[in-house]
Design a protein around this ligand. Structure first.
Ligand SMILES: [Fe+2]
Length: 220
């Protein structure tokens, strides 16, 4: 989901590039903890949710990674990664915003272990769906899921699991006319809102007109 200052071996809903991340197929953690007994195959949504729920009940495996840097940067920590699943701990403040994104081919699950997260799902032509996920609750999603996450309260913490492990994500912008665009990003890129980067509506129309003119020339 990658999303902030990195710790240990990498991030979630997305993280800044980290040359120390080993992307080999071997299981990476010191002792896999509750991940040690996972099947050597991709996990489905139910299994991912069970995994984050189990981890949430085992704070000894993630509590030491919780941090809220004084410089205000985001903080995340890779808890586990192998060829089939990756697991992250994310720390949230209300100003932390992933922007709209999908998880490419991965399914995922999230368990809020402290505070609360706000999950939004885009609704074309209407008000976006907003759901507050409080401490102690979890949810899962498939590759078809598009959302954005922010901290609903300062000091929120969540555990995320993805399978297959994240490599690429789709990051979306929605411009002032409601036009949605997707760009593929690396999981090592920090997710952020792209809406402000979408071209203004009149510029988009102008570019569209230009493209149409070029197309006319091409067939003429
Ligand atoms: Fe996400």
């Amino acid at each position: 989901m990658n999303e902030g200052t990195e710790s240990t071996i990498g991030p979630v809903a997305a993280a800044p590039g980290n040359p120390d991340i080993d992307h080999g197929n071997a299981r990476q953690t010191q002792d896999g903890g509750v991940c040690a007994d996972l099947p050597e195959r991709a996990l489905d949504r139910r299994e991912l949710r069970t995994l984050v729920d189990t981890l949430a009940a085992s704070p000894d495996q993630w509590e030491h990674e919780v941090d809220f840097p004084e410089d205000g940067g985001r903080h995340y920590a890779s808890l586990y990664r192998d060829a089939y699943v990756d697991v992250w701990l994310l720390c949230w403040r209300p100003e932390d915003d992933t922007g709209w994104h999908d998880h490419d081919v991965s399914s995922g699950a999230v368990h809020v272990v402290r505070g609360a997260l706000l999950e939004c799902n885009p609704r074309i032509g209407g008000e976006h769906l907003e759901t507050v996920v409080p401490e102690g609750r979890s949810f899962s999603f498939g590759p078809d899921h598009i959302h954005r996450l922010t901290g609903a309260t300062h000091g929120s913490v969540s555990i995320h699991a993805y399978s297959p492990p994240l490599w690429r994500l789709g990051q979306y912008s929605i411009d002032g006319t409601g036009v949605m665009r997707r760009v593929s990003v690396s999981y090592a890129d920090e997710l952020r809102p792209l809406d402000d980067m979408a071209p203004p509506a009149d510029e988009a129309v102008a570019r569209s007109d230009g493209a149409a003119a070029l197309a006319d020339e091409a067939v003429a």
